[in-house]
Ligand binder design. Sequence first.
Ligand code: SAM
Length: 487
Amino acid sequence: MRRKTSLHLKTTGALIKGQVRSRLSVCLNRIECSLRSQGSTLVFLHKIIHQETSSEIHSDLASDNIQTDYMQCNLFCQHVHLRGTIQTVPIGYISSCFSVKNGTPRQPTICGPSRATLQIQQSVFNNPEHSLVGLDNYSHVWVIFLFHKNGHLSYKAKVKPPRLNGQRVGVYSTRSPHRPNALGLTLAKLDRVTGDTLHLSEIDMIAGTPVLDLKPYISDYDSPHSRVDMDTDTYDCGVQPESTSVPSEDGTTSVETLHSDSVASSSCTVDPQLDLGVERRDSHSTDPRILHSIDKSKVHIRHPGDASSSYAPKYQGKDITTVLGELKAYISEGHDPFTLGSSVGKSQASDGPKAKPLEPVEDSARPCYGEEAYSTIAGWIREPPVTSLEVRFTPHAERELGEFLAPINTESRDRPRFRFLRGPKEAAAAIRGVLSADPRSVYRRSRCKDRLFFFTLDTADITCWFGQGFAEVLRVRLVAVGKELAS
Ligand SMILES: C[S@@+](CC[C@H](N)C(=O)[O-])C[C@H]1O[C@@H](n2cnc3c(N)ncnc32)[C@H](O)[C@@H]1O
C-alpha cells in the first residue's frame, strides 16, 4: 500500500508547479512521515491523497484548492502526531439544485424549496439503507458537512458577514464558511427516505458537498425553548397532584407535586432572587440588546400577547402565566397560590401565609417572556443593517421560467426540465428566496452595482440585475449540462 501511495505521490507531484509544488511536497513529506509512524492511518491518508488531492489537482491544477488540500493534510498530520488519529470519511455527497456557491442560499431558511438528495455511500456501510432505518420518524435532520469548495484557507479571526454589510465580527459568532476547520452545519427538512437515500429540502449546500454526519433534529434536546416547555410540563401532570411548597436551603422555593400512587415526583424550582422577570439585563452591561436568560429557573412564562401562549401548559385549568403570576405574588408578597380557590391543589405548609384572593395580574406588570427568555441571538440576525429586496421578473423571464417542467412530468421532451424542483412555481419561490436576501458579496454591492448577476438554480441559469431595493430577473435559461439531463 505504501509503495502504491508513494507512486501516486510521485505522479501527482510531477504535475505541480512553482510555489504550489514546493508547498505540496512539504505536505507529502509529512504524510510519508505519518505513514511511517502511524501505520493505522495509512488507509485514511491514502484516501486523502487519492480522492481529495489528486482529483482536485487534475481538474483544477493552479487553483487554490491545492492549498486547501495542503492545509488540510497539514492540519491532519499535526493531529496525527499530537493528538492521535482522527478518522473522518464522508458518508455521502450532496446532490443539490445549487451547483456553485454564487446564489446558494446563505442559510436553509432563506429558500424553502431548495432541494437535495444524499445517498449513503456503500463504502461506509455494507447495507447503507440500514443506517437510515427510523430516521423517517423525524421531520428535520442536522447535516454536518465540509465546505469543500472554499478555494483557499484564508480564514481570519474576524469576518464580515454579508448581512452585516461590511462590519466585522469574530468568526465564531457567525456561520461563515471560512473557518479553520471548514465544517458546516445545516438543519435540513427531511422530506422522505427511500432505501439508502435522503430527500431533503431547505438546504444551503452546493452539489458535491461531502457530508460527514447526520443526526435527527430533536427539539426536546436541540431547542432551548422546548427544554423550557418540558420543565413547565411539570404543571400539567394529568393527575390531581398534591402539592407542597418547600423552601430550600439555597433560598429557592421548590414546588413538589406528589403522586399518591407513585414514588415519582416532579419539581418546579423558582428562584425568588431572579424576580421572575426574564428580561433581566446584565448589571455590568448597559447594552439594551444584552438579554439574559434565567438559567436556574425552570419556569417559563410566555408573553400574554404571544401567539404561542395558546400552547401554554395548564395547571388545574389555569394557564401558566396565571399560575406563575400567583407564584410570583407568593414569593414577593406572601400570597399562597396553593390555598387559593378550590381548583388549586392544597398547600401542606401549615404555617404558610394566609390565602388572599389574587388581583388579576396586569399585562404590563406581568413578566414579558418571549422565546428570547431562554436563548438570545445577536440583534443583527433579525434586524440586519441590510434590507431585504423586492424581487421582480420581466415578462420575458417569467415566460422562460414557465417553460420548465417538473422532473416527473411526462410532457414534451423538448421542454427544459428540472431535476429537483417541482415546477416553475416552486422555482419562482426559490429565486425570490435567494434574491430577496441579496446574495451579492459586500464588494459587489458597493463596487459592481450595475453588473449583471448570474446564478444557477437546478437546471436553470438565471440572469438578473439589482437596483435600489429590488432585484429583477431578466433571463431564465436551461444550463448547458442540464440539456443532457433534461432530455
Ligand atoms: C454561510 S454558509 C452556512 C452553512 C451552514 N448552514 C452553517 O451554518 O454552517 C452557506 C454558504 O456556504 C457556501 N457553501 C455551500 N456549500 C459549500 C461547499 N461545499 N463548499 C464551500 N462553500 C459552500 C454557499 O455559498 C452558501 O451560501
